[in-house]
Design a protein. Structure first.
Length: 352
């Protein structure tokens, strides 16, 4: 059994040594524990620091693609490197690495495919009361959208078994935490959460410039992701609201018409007609969204099968470089991205 701990990084030369110093090299239930760093286009010495501190594998993205893209690239590499279980943690040392055995325990026991570390945000000292309330509200919305019982939806401290990692396909550009949860709730991925502790804050978050920016972007992400998976419910609900609003001016016009004053309230009839037309258009979007959702499910199943075929064929991970020491896996970055030319291909080319 192999456990790979992956760490998405973007300019983390200052905090990465502290994070790596706390990571375990042995975990009960695993024969191998390896570390993988996803370098998301860093322009500092993140790669040098990673190698100096014994990181086994590196996924090097040429320029900054964002946390979600880095996370997805890391999952792909971990699978192709033979991981049975993948743990994701942050480079800013937010999460207490001593809880990794507790995080992977439900996966090893077969109780869950995906386990989320619950930070119990009300216990985090540097979280303001407003931030705690917003975190709890956001998690409640995600629980409803994903039909799971995860208490801390934005926690990035997670464990995935091989099946969960194969099925997940994050397309959001902002964050993977919300989409992967909602996706897991709609797929054959059993979820669970365990309480974990956090460390002292080493730096401010780089994902958002302010609290309100965080709220706005997460709200948009939740709506967008939920609409992708439940388009009929979302757009039909909006259509129903618009229809009810259309009934208000229509009722006003009807009352006036009964009182022989309909000519003076034609504007109410027109306004109601505009709202009704909008309701019909949104209802049409619901039908179209439902059709697209069916196509998305089929595409996701194709993606899953392609990934399984790649793993069966031994396709190497993309953007890969060995870490502190040779791993037996050829690099696939830069000029090494093309597959090596075999002797059979050389002989065939020569004969031509």
């Amino acid at each position: 059994m192999k456990l790979i701990i992956q760490i998405p990084c973007f300019n983390e030369e200052e905090t990465l040594p502290t994070t790596l110093a706390d990571l375990p090299r042995t975990v009960a239930g695993f024969d191998q524990v390896e570390w993988l760093v996803i370098d998301d286009g860093s322009v500092d010495q993140t790669l040098r620091v990673a190698r100096d501190h014994g990181v086994d594998h590196i996924v090097k993205l040429t320029n900054n693609k964002g946390l979600a893209a880095g996370f997805q690239a890391g999952l792909d590499a971990c699978l192709k490197l033979g991981a049975d279980v993948i743990v994701n943690t942050d480079a800013d040392n937010q999460y207490d690495a001593s809880f990794i055995p507790a995080l992977v325990a439900p996966v090893l026991a077969g109780e869950a495919d995906m386990v989320v570390g619950d930070r119990e945000v009300h216990k985090i000292e540097h979280f303001s009361p407003l931030k705690v309330r917003l975190q709890k509200l956001g998690s409640a919305v995600v629980r409803r959208a994903s039909e799971t019982d995860i208490a801390d939806a934005t926690s990035g401290f997670r464990a995935y078994n091989r099946e969960a990692a194969i099925q997940l396909a994050v397309v959001s550009r902002f964050t993977y935490t919300l989409e992967s949860l909602i996706q897991a709730g709609k797929l054959l991925v059993a979820t669970k959460h365990v309480p974990v502790s956090t460390n002292e804050k080493l730096r401010e978050s780089r994902l958002f410039p302010s609290m309100w920016s965080y709220v706005r972007r997460n709200t948009v992400s939740i709506f967008r992701i939920y609409a992708q998976y439940e388009p009929m419910r979302v757009f039909m609900s909006l259509a129903g609201i618009l229809f009810l609003l259309a009934c208000i001016p229509w009722l006003r016009f009807f009352v006036a018409w009964v009182q022989d004053d309909g000519a003076g309230h034609v504007q109410s009839l027109i306004f109601g007609g505009v709202l009704f037309t909008a309701a019909v258009m949104v209802a049409a979007l619901a039908v179209m969204g439902d059709l697209l959702h069916g196509q998305r499910i089929l595409t996701q199943r194709v993606f899953e099968r392609v990934r399984r075929i790649e793993l069966q064929l031994g396709v190497p991970p993309s953007h890969y470089e060995p870490g502190a020491r040779p791993t037996g896996q050829d690099p696939t970055t830069g000029a090494h991205a093309a597959p090596p030319v075999t002797d059979e291909i050389d002989a065939e080319t020569t004969s031509r």
